[in-house]
Structures are given as structure tokens and as C-alpha cells.
Design a protein around this ligand. Sequence first.
Ligand code: ATP
Ligand code: MG
Length: 376
Amino acid sequence: MSYQVALVPGDGIGPEVMVHATEILDAIGDKYDHVFNYVELEAGGKAIDSTGEPLPADTLEAAQQCDALLLAAVGGPKWDTLPGHLRPERALLGLRAGLGVFANLRPAALLPQLRQACPIKDEVLAASNPEGKASFDLLIVRELTGGLYFGKRGRIDEASGGHSPGAAFDTETYSWTEIERVLRAGYDAAKVRRHKLCIVDKANVLESSRYWREVAAVVSKDYPDIETSYLYVDNAAMQLIRAPGQFDVIVTSNLFGDILSDEASVLTGSIGMLPSASLGSPADPLAKNGRPMGMYEPIHGSAPDIADQDIANPLAMILSAAMMLRYSFGLEKEAKDIERAVNKVLDDGLRTKDIVNRSSGGANEKVVGTKEMGAA
Ligand code: ATP
Ligand code: MG
């Protein structure tokens, strides 16, 4: 099969790490007889410099023609003083909207090679792990385009002409459709994982959360082989630290997902290791072969402080390419190959600077640069 992949290498360390994502895709292509055609696009700071806009119209149009988008990182101090609508980060919002992606998938897994990155004790980790191992492997699915961050907000200023005592409000609104589509993204992810899905909400207090549960009661019927559970967000925040091994897929709202995914990420080590996916619906016009359009990117930013020094960790970018194979192309075996390759280089002791000294004793760590890590 051949696949059209839109590439936004972007700014800062973006281009340095992107090279290794395409390198590994080409290797996968050779092994399994797939062809990955790349369409390199400008967005973010680079696009501002050459066109004056963070997201030129032809970048978006070209991305929409492709099967998926791989993005490294955009932004940097050079563009920080621009007005809001011209900032590089605008490109991300525009791409998300233009590609119709609404489910943000963030895996958080503790790799045994980086055991010391996680502050939780062995016995605590093992107690919740189904196999009694001191590790966990979970996926947070965060709703990305609705809820509190996009609801009606405003000020209610009493008699005082805008000064105290006034009031301010933000509202959480979720439609059935918005909830259903993100739940389905979660269930579809659970199907290629361990078949467990936990909905995190605050249904003891919030009407919108109770509505999520009503939708879930209906949608879950389509996934009889997946075990559905519910947790209040305050409890979930605690459980993530106390017993992370109990989780497989967590699906939650925009606000709760923002907070929980950052909490989960600090349990796994370096920001340089964590990929993400933002998916649309398999029923969307941009979807191909019943697979969702997706935008795949590392969770780290452009890291201008370490750009062009051959020290950035390329693994988050490489693992983002693996997520693309899994979710937009349905190439599970190929995705696993990439994940195994990452596992192997870590087993071999290769470490970029950001992940040195995270092993539990004994490991033969060798500090390498971006290029050596990517090539390995
Ligand atoms: P953004 O606003 O785009 O998220 P940021 O400044 O908040 O940017 P990053 O660009 O992710 O965050 O950088 C945060 C810190 O993590 C920096 O010190 C950076 O050097 C480090 N860092 C980020 N990505 C990597 C990576 N791939 N390898 C090593 N270190 C990284
Ligand atoms: Mg940041």
C-alpha cells in the first residue's frame, strides 16, 4: 500500500527529530512493502518568516489531501512577541480544526529501562499491575475541541462599572455527538490494547458528566468485549499515583484530560519520550479506509534551548510515527516493530542526555546524540 504523509518539521529541534521519524518509516516500508510518500509543509515560525502567517492556506489544504500529518514542533522566542493571532501555536489550532481532530491520545507507559524516572515505589506499582510487575502502561484520551475551554464565558459586572464586586463565569457544554465520537475513539483504542476503558468525570456534581454517562451507557453496547468503568476525577488523580497499573484506556473531558495527562506524564520520565495522537472520526470525509485522519506529534515543544546541538531525544517523534501507523493506517505489526526498536536501543543502554541515570542500577548507559539515537 502507499500512504501520503504530511510532514511539518517546524521550528527548533523539530527538523532534527523529524529526520529520524521518516528514516524509520522508510525502513518499515522496505520491510513490509509499503510506500510512504512525504509532503513537506511549512507551518509555525518558519511559515511566519516566509509568508507572514502561521498557517498558510496551502499548507492546510495540502495536509487535508494527505492520509495523516506528522508534526514535530512549532514556535520559539523569535516569534513570542507577535500578537496572538500571528503566533506559531495558532498553526496547531488551525490544523486541528481543519483536519477535524477531536480526540487527543496520550500514552503514558513506564519503560523498565527508565524505571528510576518514576517516583513510585516498586511494591506500590506491582500491587496494581495485573502481572505484578513494577510498571504501568496506560492511554489517556482527552476530548480536545469542546467543554470548558470552548464554552460560553464572560463577566457579570454589577453596578461597579467592571470593578469588584463583580463575577466571572465559564461554562461546560457537551453535545451527545461530541461525547459519542470521543468515546468511540477511546473504545477503538481499547480494542488494540487491553480491552478496558475508564470514563473519568465528576458525575456526582456536574450535569455534563451525568450526560457523558448516559451517552456511555448507549455507546458501550457496541463494544461488548470491552470492560467499561467510571471514576470521579478527584479519585482518578489519586489512583494515577497510587495504583496506575489498574488503567488501560482513560477517556475524559478537555479540562480533566489536560490535567490528568500532565500528571501521568511525570510518572514516565522525560518529555523527550512521549508521543501523542489527535484523531478525527473514521466516518469523517477526511478519513480513509475507515481509519481516522490523525495529527501525530511529540508532547514536547520546539525546545529552542537545545536546538542544533545534536542532543534532542528523537524517540517521542519516532513513537509518534508508530502511533500514526497504528491509528490512521491500521498497521499494528509495523507500529509494534517501531516500539520494539525503541525498546531495544534502550536495552542496549543508549541514552540521550535527558534520559541518563534513569535506569535501576547496573545498566551500561552510553550517552549519544540525536543522530546516533535515531540511527540506532
Ligand atoms: P512549548 O510551549 O512548545 O510546549 P516549552 O518551552 O513549554 O515549549 P519544550 O519545548 O518542550 O517546552 O521544552 C521544555 C524543556 O524540555 C526544555 O528544557 C527542553 O530542552 C526539554 N526538551 C523538550 N523536548 C526535548 C527532547 N526531545 N529531548 C530532550 N529535551 C527536550
Ligand atoms: Mg509548554
